[in-house]
Design a protein around this ligand. Structure first.
Ligand SMILES: Nc1nc2c(c(=O)[nH]1)N[C@H]1C(S)=C(S)[C@@H](COP(=O)(O)OP(=O)(O)OC[C@H]3O[C@@H](n4cnc5c(=O)[nH]c(N)nc54)[C@H](O)[C@@H]3O)O[C@H]1N2
Ligand SMILES: Nc1nc2c(c(=O)[nH]1)N[C@H]1C(S)=C(S)[C@@H](COP(=O)(O)OP(=O)(O)OC[C@H]3O[C@@H](n4cnc5c(=O)[nH]c(N)nc54)[C@H](O)[C@@H]3O)O[C@H]1N2
Ligand code: SF4
Ligand SMILES: [Mo]
Length: 770
């Protein structure tokens, strides 16, 4: 293993981007990573249990599993396997490790290095003024936290952040505890992820979730994959799209980058996938300018209205529109006068011919599904863009019908479930009422703080205690320098984590690391061996059960930590049986079944193979909006342009990282090897800017507050992205995303639309590790 001061990066090499994804090399890459982290036996044991009905849910992403009878023995992908191996690693972070390294040293270490140290093994405390974390017993650690929480002037001075790794049971208990304590401050990773989807879908369809199942996807006539890189981030989605194509469906991909997985796919678990040519995925690829999707869907909607004018009664689903929607007239009027084709072509970077071709496909297709991810949600106009997609689907009745619908593809494996369980700073009143009925206390009704507002509150001293359950807050959030200052401003920061990360080193004046069980670890409580449950991107709820011996005998489950903390903070007066919850998770599920709609007979139904699917009223054409109808919205035309000499930078994931954690320095499909500090720029822009391919530059952010945000020492890679745009990896570039640059309505940081200029690298400037 490398030393703390050694660079992560080897020799950086660049080759042509790949034109297809997966196949034999993927299997080999996954196994190589697994065997570096753990033994062959443990590798086999873990991988055979991934996504099996009696095994554990792959922590890799929220893509759903096929039905129980349709699963392979190897129901995982390359990245799922790497992610699982990363958790099942046999490397350990011990008390000696913390003796050896000061917190300041850890703060200078890279994200890669920190993660490579292995699993956390016992609770540690950093006392005010001390340079080292030192061991602390569980009881003392929880007393310390409980004392600080009780000492606050108001419960709203505490923040309870979660990342979508948390399973349903601990998520439900965490929000219950936070609300019984007296705050709705439950910021989560969703605030930085699919919040724009939730905002747009709640407003237009009355529920913030996707409406489609895998069967819908297989049977769709036309699937749009917009702002999403499934080859890397949802690899098994490619097997689903392969099935769509086998059944005669078509795929349109919309992306500034020609991502390998969107072009062609070789199935790693089929012979023809390993030796053959694979399946072409996209029938049409629209290489769009960043932020151009709103204009694209507005243009498609205009074309649909015009086609209906020409042949009335043949294009729109008038019956559906009349019976189930509101706002059509205002939408139609506005769409007809909205903008000029010149503006559309400029905003999208597409030709009119390309858009007309997609339109022709739309006219030929009955069932249409639109899938999307961060390429839409992390823009200033992310919410209007998704609302416009809903308009597009409503026009031809593509909601509430088989083979059609909305498909926001979620990231973290249980991020959707956490929201269902009430992890939401703005949870609707009926949920709070149900909590009150079940637990006999009055939850606070004022909305809590989301992730961005939490940073502001810590910065301004309004929040004093930060508790993070999973996740890596200081790396996931925007404006890294400002966020780090905010975090250091806290009296106490606490992280319930499986592995070491930067948030442990950039911490409050006092800090706790509370190590916990991972998905693959066996969880035994007083009531016997426990399982937990999760909900995937398509609302399927099923069990997850770890099989491995825990990484250390001193770990507690998340449920244990939360319930023991709750007992200390709230005391027996709360009347909530925390002890019973800890001993037997069935008792938690009984409560969930009485509080959360759709979970009736939870314990019984979730034990059936494959679990159950939550009802989505949209599929019965029931819309829980104020009008009881699906809503056509009117969205202002918006384009994203950079001033002269600047580029629109998107911050995205490489193939070898999982969110804030790089697993290796390679991005195989994009042809980048041995380094992550690269910026991908179109050759025409490089010519225009007078910058040579391969030269070193600093990225300098431009924002209205006049603060100079810099990320130093990036190698320029000439790359076929759209002109005017650039791409570089997150989290190294989070320092460039201004805290106040957020999406309208959803408050999501605009991580895909950062205005930057490239400056020649400052001679002799220190290139920071992070
Ligand atoms: N291996 C792996 N899997 C993961 C993760 C991981 O880090 N690693 N993270 C998980 C999480 S939490 C999430 S949220 C998902 C994220 O999944 P993705 O959303 O696929 O992740 P990103 O890498 O952010 O990629 C965004 C994609 O959108 C494109 N894009 C950027 N701007 C625009 C635009 O304006 N318009 C359009 N049409 N496209 C645009 C980019 O070129 C890129 O292909 O993945 C999940 N799965
Ligand atoms: N610039 C930019 N910023 C972004 C994004 C972007 O595209 N660009 N994407 C955003 C998105 S979509 C997301 S979802 C966020 C992700 O933000 P987070 O969810 O906060 O970050 P992760 O990197 O997933 O967190 C990794 C840490 O989680 C802990 N962990 C892992 N498994 C478990 C577990 O089972 N239990 C517990 N208790 N802890 C565990 C480990 O300690 C690990 O170090 O980042 C956001 N930030
Ligand atoms: S697609 Fe996602 S959930 Fe499925 S195996 Fe791969 S990483 Fe895991
Ligand atoms: Mo995410």
């Amino acid at each position: 293993m490398r030393g703390i001061d050694e660079p992560d990066e080897g020799e950086l090499t660049v080759s042509a981007p790949k034109k297809w994804a997966t196949g034999a090399p993927a299997v080999a890459h996954a196994l190589k990573y697994a065997l570096e982290q753990t033994s062959p036996r443990r590798t086999a044991l873990t991988l055979l249990n991934v996504n099996q009905t009696r095994g554990f849910d792959c922590p890799g992403c929220a893509w759903p599993d096929p039905g129980p009878g349709e699963r392979h023995a190897n129901e995982y992908c390359e990245n799922g396997a790497k992610h699982t191996a990363d958790e099942a690693t046999t490397r350990r972070v011990t008390r000696e490790f913390f003796q050896e390294h000061t917190v300041a040293e850890l703060g200078r270490a890279s994200d890669y290095w920190l993660n490579q140290q292995g699993r956390l093994t016992e609770p540690m405390v950093l006392r005010e003024g001390s340079e080292h974390y030192e061991p602390i017993g569980w009881d003392a650690a929880l007393d310390l936290l409980a004392g600080e929480l009780r000492d606050l002037d108001h419960p709203d001075e505490a923040l309870f952040y979660t990342s979508g790794r948390l399973a349903n049971e601990p998520a439900f208990l965490l929000q219950l505890f936070a609300r019984a304590f007296g705050t709705n401050n439950l910021p989560d990773c969703s605030n930085m992820c699919h919040e724009s989807s939730g905002s747009a879908l709640n407003e237009t369809l009355g529920i913030g979730k996707g409406s489609v199942s895998l069967d819908d996807l297989y049977d769709a006539d036309l699937v749009f994959v917009v702002g999403q890189n499934p080859g890397t981030n949802h690899p098994r989605m490619l097997s689903a799209l392969e099935e769509t194509k086998r059944r005669g469906g078509q795929v349109v991909a919309v992306n500034p980058l020609p991502e390998a997985g969107l072009l062609r796919f070789k199935h790693p678990q089929k012979v023809r996938g390993i030796v053959g040519r694979g399946t072409d995925i996209a029938d049409q690829f629209l290489q769009i300018r960043p932020g151009g999707d709103l204009a694209l869907f507005q243009a498609l909607n205009l074309l649909l209205l015009e086609a209906e004018d020409k042949e009335p009664g043949t294009v729109l689903d008038q019956e559906f529109i009349d019976a189930h929607t509101a706002g059509f007239d205002a939408f139609a009027e506005r769409t007809r006068t909205l903008t000029s084709w010149d503006e559309v072509l400029d905003a999208t970077g597409l030709t009119r011919d390309e858009i007309e071709q997609v339109h022709a496909r739309v006219l030929r297709s009955r069932g249409i599904i639109v899938c999307w991810a961060m390429g839409l949600t992390q823009h200033k106009h992310g919410v209007p863009t998704i609302r416009e997609i809903v308009n597009f689907l409503l026009l031809r009745g593509n909601i509430g019908r088989h083979g059609a619908g909305v498909c926001p593809v979620r990231g973290h494996s249980n991020v959707q479930g956490d929201r269902t369980m009430g992890i939401w700073e703005r949870v609707p009143q009926p949920f709070l009422d149900a909590l009150e009925r079940e637990f006999r206390f009055t939850p606070p009704t004022a909305h809590g703080l989301d992730s961005v507002d939490s940073i502001r509150a810590m910065r301004d001293g309004r929040a004093k205690v930060f508790v993070g359950v999973a996740g890596n807050f200081v790396r996931a959030t925007p404006d890294s320098d400002a966020t780090e200052r905010a975090m250091r401003n806290c009296r106490l920061t606490v992280h319930i984590s499986t592995k070491l990360n930067r948030s442990h080193a950039v911490c409050g004046r006092t800090a706790l690391i509370l190590p916990t069980l991972g998905r693959s670890d066996r969880d035994v409580q007083a009531g016997g061996e426990q399982f937990m449950t999760v909900e995937d991107s398509m609302s399927e709820v099923h069990t997850t059960r770890g099989r491995l011996a825990p990484a250390s005998p001193h770990l507690l489950s998340e449920v244990s930590i939360i319930t023991r903390l709750a007992r200390k903070v709230l005391g027996p007066a709360s009347g909530i049986p925390w002890e019973e919850f800890e001993a037997d998770y069935d008792t938690v599920r009984d409560r969930i079944s009485r509080v959360v709609p759709g979970f009736e007979d939870f314990n019984e139904r979730v034990r059936r193979p494959g679990g159950f699917r939550l009802p989505n009223p949209v599929n019965d054409k029931v819309f829980r909006t104020p009008s009881g109808k699906a809503v056509f919205s009117v969205n202002d035309f918006t384009a994203l342009t950079a001033p002269e000499g600047h580029l629109v930078l998107q911050t995205l994931r490489s193939h070898d990282q999982w969110n804030t954690i790089p697993y290796a320095m390679d991005d195989r499909y994009r042809g980048i090897k041995g380094g992550r500090r690269v910026v991908l720029v179109n050759p025409a822009d490089l010519d225009g800017l007078g910058i040579a391919d391969g030269s070193m530059v600093d990225l300098v952010g431009v924002w209205t507050d006049g603060v100079e945000r810099r990320a130093d020492g990036f190698r320029v890679v000439s790359y076929p992205t759209t002109t005017g745009s650039a791409a570089a990896y997150y989290p190294e570039t989070n320092v460039l995303v201004p805290l106040d640059s957020v999406a309208d309505i959803s408050n999501t940081p605009t991580s895909k639309g950062v205005i930057v200029r490239l400056e020649p690298a400052r001679a002799g400037a220190d290139r920071s590790a992070v």
